[in-house]
Design a protein around this ligand. Structure first.
Ligand SMILES: [Zn+2]
Length: 58
């Protein structure tokens, strides 16, 4: 597991989250810890490093 940061699409605060980089494509649903809105986070990783994080409002 590795910690990464992304911006909340609602309040634009930096949010940190732990990702399992052994999975190449994964989707998480998390509530923003600042504004509590639900965020969909799509993570693409390769060779144990994150290539792309896509963040969507739900
Ligand atoms: Zn937020």
């Amino acid at each position: 597991m590795e910690e990464h940061f992304f911006q909340c699409p609602y309040c634009w605060e930096q949010i940190s989250m732990l990702f399992d980089l052994s999975i190449s494509h994964q989707t998480y649903i998390e509530d923003c810890e600042v504004c509590c809105n639900p965020i969909e986070i799509i993570v693409y990783s390769k060779k144990n490093s994150i290539k792309l994080i896509i963040v969507n409002k739900i």
